[in-house]
Design a protein around this ligand. Structure first.
Ligand code: RM4
Ligand code: MN
Ligand code: MN
Length: 424
């Protein structure tokens, strides 16, 4: 299923006048609108290969129908998103959920869809059919060296797949930890994990990065061996220059100040990547911006501030990815909404008058600081984001095209109502 540039342009024609009215209104009040648009045009968010089907909970799963049956169809789905919003130009693969049968064919297909390969993800949190040793009591932390070796070998294999596809980073998220006090010697678990990660690190090509993703709880409920940004930073620092911390928005304890974490990791040159989602309680994996859009904006504020302070390229120097699970929405619609929420928060944060903010911070003018932030946050930037899409030859309103083209209905006809995509 594809949407052609011509189809997209046809829809745009209908919406153009109204769009221009809104865009002129916002741009007339901004001095740096071209600058902002350039940044929005460049910004790309990777889509994970495991989020294109219905997710579920341990209580049940409700299929959406037309889910991609293989990696080729997943690439098609992301190609479709990218054709609509022009901001989803990368795919992140999870191994072994998405092992490419032929790397060169997959590479060609991705290129046809204008997609590149973002970070590769390993999986030592599930046992696979036929796997020799179990990860029930952890993988890289395991008391048995043979289990640790199996986890190391898997990660090295994931790097190999990544090299074939032209990826240049590996994200390691470990579910390792313990469910009960006394189950684990924390120090030994840390040391085993570090030793294992060192072996994976040694297998990284020179131009690769490794991201150590942390998570406060789940699936282990008493301790997690990479449980917070402090632990992740310890591993990343001990590993070396190619190792970074990865922040997943849903992986914190309630009310954590994620924007402050981001700021300090950037300062330490140790922030490597980002997984976007939203949550009310924990790792809820909800649509980005659906619960706490102000927090998302504050995070982007720190990201821009910290990246600019180091002269970093917003689009290229960090790995941006959505990491969500869709239990009741059409995953493709959900992903369109998520990308839109990210672009909105990014655009709002680009509006912040940084010179003024720094001045009022230096004079302890707390009220003015809040005014500056909230003026930006309360600006309706949707037409700015739409203008960036338009200049990129995308749709003014991606969701409108998606629904009017009845894409899900087509996918169900093409692939069947009972297909189940690999992933969450
Ligand atoms: C984890 C974590 C990882 C993702 C898996 C599927 O909670 O967020 O990034 O790879 O889920
Ligand atoms: Mn994640
Ligand atoms: Mn997660």
């Amino acid at each position: 299923m594809q949407v052609s540039k011509e189809q997209v342009q046809e829809y745009n024609q209908h919406l153009l006048k109204e769009h221009q009215r809104k865009f002129e209104f916002i741009s007339s009040g901004l001095i740096n609108v071209e600058d902002i648009l350039k940044k929005l045009v460049k910004f790309q968010v990777a889509i994970p290969s495991w989020a294109l089907g219905s997710g579920g909970t341990r209580f049940g799963r409700f299929s959406i129908g037309g889910e991609p049956r293989n990696l080729e169809e997943k690439i098609e789905d992301i190609g479709l998103l990218h054709a609509l919003n022009r901001s989803s130009g990368a795919i992140s693969l999870h191994i072994p959920w998405d092992i490419p049968s032929s790397a060169s064919n997959i590479k060609t297909l991705a290129a046809q869809n204008d997609l590149r390969f973002d970070a590769m993800n390993s999986n030592t949190f599930q046992d696979q059919p036929g796997q020799e040793l179990s990860y029930k009591f952890g993988s890289m932390q395991h008391v048995d060296k043979a289990v640790r070796q199996q986890a190391i070998d898997h990660n090295v294999e994931v790097i190999k797949y990544g090299i074939e596809l032209g990826s240049s980073s590996l994200t390691v998220w470990l579910s390792d930890g313990s469910n009960f006090p006394g189950q684990l010697n924390f120090r030994k678990a840390f040391q085993n994990t570090l030793e294992s990660l060192k072996e994976v690190y040694a297998a990284l090509p020179n131009d690769w990065k490794i991201f150590v993703e942390y998570k406060a709880f789940e699936p282990n409920f008493y301790s997690m061996t990479v449980g917070d940004w402090g632990q992740s930073l310890l591993y990343a620092t001990k590993l070396g220059d190619k190792a970074f911390t990865l922040v997943d928005l849903g992986h914190h304890l309630p009310n954590a100040n994620i924007e402050q974490i981001v700021s300090l990791l950037l300062m330490e040159k140790k922030l490597g990547g980002f997984h976007f989602n939203d949550s009310k309680y924990g790792d809820d994996d909800l649509t980005v911006g659906s619960i706490r859009p102000y927090q998302l904006f504050l995070i982007f504020n720190e990201l821009i501030e910290g990246m600019d302070a180091r002269g970093m390229d917003h689009a290229a120097d960090l790995a941006w990815m959505i990491d969500a699970s869709h239990n009741i929405k059409d995953p493709l619609e959900d992903l369109l909404q998520s990308v839109e929420a990210i672009m909105i928060a990014y655009a709002q944060a680009l509006l912040i008058d940084r010179k003024k903010l720094s001045e009022v911070q230096n004079s302890n003018d707390v009220v003015a600081a809040q005014e500056i932030l909230q003026t930006a946050f309360r600006t309706d930037v949707r037409s700015l984001v739409a203008e960036a899409r338009l200049r990129n030859k995308g749709a003014i309103d991606p969701l409108f095209v998606y629904r009017n083209e009845k894409i899900r209905e087509h996918l169900i006809k093409e692939r069947g109502a009972k297909t189940v995509a690999t992933g969450l």
